[in-house]
Design a protein around this ligand. Structure first.
Ligand code: AMP
Ligand code: MG
Length: 388
């Protein structure tokens, strides 16, 4: 899978909250309680006659407790780990015991390895690669996780009239964005492309053409971000932000009690990642994913660009007026796949589609005929003030 980043996290927000103050009061009360207990126990120590010496002892013990405690827990941990050819960034709000954090990181790592092992087309021994190599019409048993993603991918293929289509693998290869390529023509490849050529029977996959191959790169990063978010929630941590290659899930609040905020970058290949933020969005309890033509593309001999996103109907790189589209949805898996689909559809068809899918919000940057960029968003897209 290829790194695709349209989103960056931003350092600050402006609305105030009472949570920071509440946490401070709680800590003060707790410290007061501990101090009283210590004071009482030291008072009962008859062998220490001098009261100033007793006070000194209490202070020393408290300092010791403070040092030990701060060594045992971590505040607002933030880390990154490689996955799916890109990075997963995670930030948690609040203090977490070191041992709990280590266990959580282990679980997250396992979840990401699991997604990679099942859905990467770049390794021959993954579940998807084995399915792709299986040139038979017999049922191919798959793991429940793999079945879940394929099921949702097929539902979203139907919902987007095939603009999103997980069977594009050979086309992706053909246009130079995949791990391998044979010399087949687009016309020949299209015979084995089409989401209707794959079906699920329980947890087994069936091909109706032996040459059908899957590529889940347009949905797997979103699925991975959801999987990491689930691990964090199951461990009782409700304020976090998880990002995999630009696909983001956030919940709760930042460490300072304010809302998480993410930036949408200007889709300009000349700009390094995060250098030019176009808009920012408050994000909590939802997911945001971006597809675009400005990070992963090839240049033709005549100087024109074509992107890694393929129109499954024509077999050609999508001919679209969309430079980038950021989608807000309830799950990152949906946001990821729908962003890819809207990119293929182009703005006009996308806005018609969005009218009948009111649970989805989207922000577009569009190529205009005069070579400039313009922006357009659904009414409910929660844009903030501009950054510049
Ligand atoms: P994304 O960056 O999420 O839009 O995903 C793009 C990746 O998904 C590409 O690099 C391909 O591997 C794959 N892909 C390309 N076109 C499509 C499509 N129309 N539907 C589903 N997956 C696609
Ligand atoms: Mg996608």
């Amino acid at each position: 899978m290829v790194e695709e980043r349209g989103i960056v996290r931003l350092p600050s927000v402006k609305n105030k909250s009472v949570f920071g103050a509440a946490a401070g009061v709680m800590i003060l009360l707790l410290n007061g309680f501990v101090t009283s207990c210590l004071w009482l126990s030291f008072r009962s120590m008859r062998f220490v006659k001098n009261s100033s010496f007793r006070l000194l002892l209490v202070l020393m013990v408290m300092t010791l407790i403070f040092i030990v405690r701060s060594h045992q827990s971590v505040s607002n941990p933030s880390w990154e780990q490689p996955t799916m050819g890109t990075l997963c960034h995670i930030t948690l709000s609040g203090s977490i015991p070191k041992s709990e954090l280590a266990a959580l990181r282990k679980k997250i790592d396992a979840a990401l390895v699991n997604v990679n092992r099942r859905m990467s087309t770049w390794q021959a021994d993954t579940e998807i690669s084995k399915f792709n190599a299986f040139q038979s019409l017999e049922p191919f048993p798959v793991s429940p996780e793999f079945a879940t993603v394929v099921r949702r991918a097929l539902e979203l293929s139907a919902a987007t009239d095939g603009a999103f289509d997980p069977t594009v693998k050979k086309l992706v290869d053909h246009w130079g964005f995949g791990p391998e390529s044979d010399g087949d023509s687009v016309e020949e490849i299209l015979k084995a492309v089409g989401w209707r050529k794959v079906s699920l029977r329980g947890d087994a996959l069936l091909k109706s053409h032996p040459g059908v191959q899957l590529d889940l790169s347009a949905i797997a990063k979103g699925y991975g971000a959801d999987a990491v978010a689930d691990v964090i929630r199951r461990r009782g941590r409700m304020s976090f932000i998880v990002e995999i290659g630009g696909e983001i899930v956030a919940d709760g609040w930042k460490p300072n009690g304010q809302a998480w905020r993410v930036g949408i970058e200007t889709p300009d290949p000349a700009q390094p990642f995060g250098a030019d933020i176009l808009e920012s969005v408050m994000l909590s309890g939802r997911a945001l994913a971006t597809s675009g033509d400005y990070r992963n593309f090839r240049v033709r001999e005549d100087g024109t660009r074509f992107s890694h996103i393929i129109d499954p109907h024509t077999g050609m790189p999508a001919a679209t007026d969309v430079a980038s589209v950021s989608v807000l949805a309830g799950s990152c898996m949906d946001a990821d796949a729908i962003a890819t689909a809207l990119f293929v559809m182009g703005s006009e068809k996308s806005f018609q589609w969005l009218e009948t899918h009111s649970e989805i919000e989207a922000f577009f940057t569009l190529h205009m005929p005069d070579q400039t960029l313009s922006t357009r968003a659904t009414d409910g897209f929660p844009l903030n003030e501009r950054e510049n």
